[in-house]
Design a protein around this ligand. Structure first.
Ligand code: ADP
Ligand code: MG
Length: 272
């Protein structure tokens, strides 16, 4: 490509928003001229690169907007620590498809520290890799946002905005405060997405403890009905807290190190 024509080409590629082709065109043109490529090979090669990078940029955008903790992936999740959680089942859900299309729900219950948020985020990351859009939020934060929207008479619009996400991860549902429950925005969100758009919920307490999350028992039952209708429930109850286990492991390493350090001193003392 001559300098003049490559300058013009770059301008046109800017105008067309084709940054990958713009970057690769000079090198491709040079090789194509030198090796005598057919025109279709030159054109298809550039277009394929643009499409591939566009897909990558889209996934990176989706990951940035998701608010997912970047470290909580399925690759960094130790399934051996939670034997009652089927890895195969989680992996199947993590590929998306049927359950997302019918707006089904995943419910993950268990005491603090067992890995509920981690496995939930891990599923979220995998779905983003598969091309879906995911939003992670602490439930109380989302409720706060929706309450503010309701005060501004914008609740329907706020709920519609959330429709762009194939999956909404509501972490720590049982931490919704009583005064937040009274506004029922959470119920409206659940009813709005029912059988259309998926929700993944984590909670310390299974349903019996949800009375404080919704304004009245009738609404609690109605919310639970909708959530369990098409759902997968994982209960991570019996396991030892991973956080606790990890702390104990670190503690043991430290103790062993200290012992190791103390040993030569004692040995020296013994021979003195
Ligand atoms: P929960 O949401 O149930 O309270 P988290 O998912 O926040 O628990 O887990 C607590 C900490 O322990 C996090 O740092 C998490 O990454 C880690 N963790 C828990 N379970 C596992 C696991 N099975 N494999 C790897 N890390 C884990
Ligand atoms: Mg958590």
């Amino acid at each position: 490509m001559s300098a003049a024509s490559s300058g013009r080409t770059a301008l046109m590629l800017n105008e067309l928003h084709l940054p990958t082709i713009k970057r690769l065109a000079p090198e491709f043109a040079e090789r194509s001229d030198k090796e005598g490529w057919p025109a279709t090979r030159f054109l298809d090669g550039l277009l394929e690169h643009e499409l591939a990078e566009r897909a990558q940029r889209r996934i990176a955008r989706h990951r940035a907007e998701s608010q997912l903790d970047p470290t909580k992936t399925l690759a960094s999740f130790d399934f051996a620590a939670v034997p009652m959680l089927s890895k195969a089942h989680v992996m199947a859900l993590a590929s998306g498809d049927a359950w997302l299309e019918k707006g089904a729900t995943i419910l993950i219950f268990g005491p603090p520290g067992v890995g509920k948020s981690h496995v939930g985020c891990g599923i979220g990351h995998a779905l983003i890799d598969a091309g879906y859009r995911v939003l992670y939020m602490r439930t109380s934060e989302l409720v706060q946002r929706l309450q503010a929207a309701r005060q501004n008479l914008q609740l329907p619009q706020a709920l519609t905005k959330l429709d762009r996400y194939d999956l909404l991860i509501l972490d720590d549902l049982s931490y919704v405060r009583k005064d937040q429950a009274e506004t029922s925005v959470l119920f409206e969100l659940i009813a709005e997405r029912y059988e259309r758009r998926s929700i993944l919920i984590t909670a310390n307490q299974p349903f019996s403890g949800w009375d404080s999350v919704f304004p009245d028992p009738g609404m609690t039952v109605a919310a639970i009905d909708r959530l369990v209708h098409h759902s997968t429930i994982f209960e991570l109850h019996q396991v030892e807290s991973y956080r606790g286990k990890e702390a104990a492991r670190q503690h043991k390493i430290q103790r062993d190190n200290q012992k190791q350090k103390a040993k030569p001193a004692r040995e020296t003392a013994g021979t003195a």
